[in-house]
Ligand binder design. Structure first.
Ligand SMILES: *[C@@H]1O[C@H](CO)[C@@H](O)[C@H](O)[C@H]1NC(C)=O
Ligand SMILES: *[C@@H]1O[C@H](CO)[C@@H](O)[C@H](O)[C@H]1NC(C)=O
Ligand SMILES: *[C@@H]1O[C@H](CO)[C@@H](O)[C@H](O)[C@H]1NC(C)=O
Ligand SMILES: *[C@@H]1O[C@H](CO)[C@@H](O)[C@H](O)[C@H]1NC(C)=O
Ligand SMILES: *[C@@H]1O[C@H](CO)[C@@H](O)[C@H](O)[C@H]1NC(C)=O
Ligand SMILES: *[C@@H]1O[C@H](CO)[C@@H](O)[C@H](O)[C@H]1NC(C)=O
Ligand SMILES: *[C@@H]1O[C@H](CO)[C@@H](O)[C@H](O)[C@H]1NC(C)=O
Length: 504
């Protein structure tokens, strides 16, 4: 990490030069831009004896709701998953930070059912100029703190180079050599080249590997797939039977429209995906409980499952399930589950969990009550991998009541995305009016990058982005226009946090 030359006046000094001739010395009375977060913003929480600090919001940026990407489609849904391109993040000598965010949308716009949207990822360059002052910026100035520049897109394909689709997975392909039973688009749908039925993906998680391949997680299977650098499928992980969507007769049906009798609930699949720092263990978590664990109702869907796979031998056809733990999701004031949209590894046994309601811009109502990057610790939690609970016949939480033989993860609240003071500093707000300065509803992604501050060596930037559901009044898909009735920008936020033992 480069030496700390965080801002303006200091830059000149730490570059090793003396003050430039002719540059007026900054008067003691004129306030210089803050180079550290205001200590009054700090919120501490303790987990397992360790103090974690939220130092507040330091960056905001957006890509407009009607921006068209290189394939000709409206960019959208990109907060479903983000990752910082490996090796791209850097601290500049003028106190800014730059890098490239890789963002992965889910399954396209959703006005009247699912569409034939091919899986893809976008590269977006950013310039982060952390803002630490108390004063409220205007919305226009606020969004300069994380300047975003769209760069490129590539799309995903299955074996035989067949494009993937976002269409509901009404079909099933029996297991084939090296690959499990797969979710396919409805065979009745008029898809070109029906001799190669399309693999249906509703993408939510993204993990980039050092060898150029990457893992993605989906909600239909719910499965985890590995693709190569050209976006071609090379490997599929099928979860234990307890998680597969099955009828009471044991038949698999991957549709997201109706709930199965057991297994993941519709649209409550693998929202969450992360890897440890060494890239040897892959973690995936369900958005909320399976049906047999109470997942058919928000008042009983609190107990979700976090799974760990050994990926230290990438060539192994089926990575081994080595861990499975129960995570107790937070509840709102009505006792309803605040489902999880992302996880992120911090250190062995400790993770971020992004849990939230569906309110905010583009959501069910304007006023959100809960959107947080919280913390979990699984060091005391029971590892149920390979136990009787991997069969749907043995629920971990019948009707939402946790089996008393299981100790769940420890869960503590941490970074709120809807703190009024922090939002106001960037010209944003929560609640009415529902204009473009209202915070988005669906935050679904997390990424970390080191601040590189020798005085605060455990400080990190926590990036998050919202899934805007492609909500645009003048959207374009596959050459056709669509009108989703509102304009919801693709918003990004950056917080500064202290993570004392982070292995990031
Ligand atoms: C938060 O924790 C840090 C590190 O332990 C400590 O220096 C600071 O005083 C604490 N701040 C508050 C507001 O408790
Ligand atoms: C694990 O259990 C021990 C002993 O009860 C307790 O001291 C510790 O705080 C627990 N850790 C977590 C993360 O809950
Ligand atoms: C700071 O440096 C970066 C990287 O060189 C550059 O892109 C940016 O424009 C600079 N910002 C200012 C305010 O000079
Ligand atoms: C799955 O269920 C849907 C109805 O919810 C049905 O239309 C579809 O044909 C079923 N698919 C299979 C493979 O049975
Ligand atoms: C169907 O797709 C395969 C793989 O892309 C291709 O080789 C084949 O020519 C296509 N067939 C038709 C009829 O388009
Ligand atoms: C807890 O799980 C075990 C193992 O499946 C089962 O034998 C037991 O009946 C369960 N307890 C309750 C209260 O459901
Ligand atoms: C910033 O905006 C908030 C919300 O409108 C307001 O309560 C606060 O007083 C403002 N702060 C300053 C320093 O103007």
């Amino acid at each position: 990490m480069a030496a700390r030359c965080i801002a303006w006046t200091i830059t000149v000094l730490c570059a090793g030069t003396s003050l430039v001739t002719g540059t007026p010395l900054r008067s003691a009375k004129r306030a210089a831009p803050a180079t550290e977060p205001d200590p009054n913003f700090a919120v501490n929480v303790t987990l397992n004896g360790v103090t974690f600090t939220n130092k507040g919001l330091v960056g905001f940026g957006l890509i407009p709701s009607d921006f068209i990407e290189v394939t000709g489609d409206t960019i959208g849904g990109i907060g479903s998953a983000i990752a910082i391109k490996l090796g791209s993040f850097k601290q500049n000598s003028n106190g800014t930070y730059s890098g490239t965010i890789i963002a992965q949308p889910d399954r396209g716009f959703n006005i009247d059912g699912t569409i034939d949207y091919q899986g893809r990822q976008h590269a977006i360059d950013f310039l982060l100029s952390p803002y630490y002052d108390d004063a409220n910026l205007t919305f226009d100035d606020g969004q300069q703190t994380l300047a975003l520049t769209y760069k490129s897109t590539f799309r995903y394909s299955e074996r035989n180079n067949v494009p993937t689709t976002g269409l509901d997975a009404l079909g099933v392909r029996p297991a084939q050599a090296g690959f499990p039973t797969d979710p396919l688009a409805d065979p009745e749908m008029p898809i070109p080249n029906s001799s190669f039925p399309r693999l249906s993906l509703d993408l939510e998680g993204l993990v980039l590997n050092t060898d150029g391949t990457f893992w993605i997680s989906d909600e239909y299977g719910p499965y985890i797939y590995r693709l190569n650098g050209h976006g071609e499928l090379i490997q599929t992980i099928q979860p234990p039977q307890a998680i597969l969507p099955e009828t009471s007769k044991g038949a698999i049906n991957f549709t997201s429209v109706n709930d199965p009798d057991t297994g993941r609930a519709g649209n409550q699949g693998f929202e969450c995906l992360t890897t440890d720092t060494a890239g040897t263990t892959l973690y995936a978590m369900l958005q909320s409980a399976t049906i047999q664990d109470g997942g058919d109702d928000k008042s009983t869907s609190q107990f979700t499952r976090l799974l760990a796979y050994d990926i230290s031998f990438p060539s192994m056809v089926r990575p081994t399930l080595i861990g499975e733990w129960v995570v107790p999701l937070p509840l709102n004031s009505k006792g309803n589950t605040l489902a999880a949209s992302e996880i992120h590894f911090i250190s062995p046994n400790v993770f971020f969990v992004l849990a939230r309601d569906g309110d905010g811009h583009g959501g069910s109502s304007d006023k959100s009550d809960y959107k947080q990057a919280d913390l979990i610790d699984i060091s005391n939690a029971t590892n149920i991998a390979g136990s009787e609970f991997d069969s749907s016949a043995n629920p971990i939480a019948k009707k939402g009541k946790l089996n008393n033989s299981i100790t769940p993860a420890t869960y503590v609240g941490f970074v709120s995305f809807i703190d009024d003071t922090q939002l106001a500093r960037f010209g944003l707000h929560n609640g009415k009016p529902a204009d473009n300065t209202l915070i988005d509803a669906k935050w679904e992604s997390l990424a970390l990058a080191p601040v590189g501050d020798p005085a605060n060596p455990h400080d990190f930037f926590l990036f998050t982005a919202a899934d805007n559901d492609f909500i645009s009044t003048h959207g374009v898909f596959d050459g056709q226009s669509f009108n989703a009735g509102d304009d919801v920008d693709n918003q990004f936020l950056v917080f500064r946090v202290t993570l004392p033992h982070a292995w990031v």
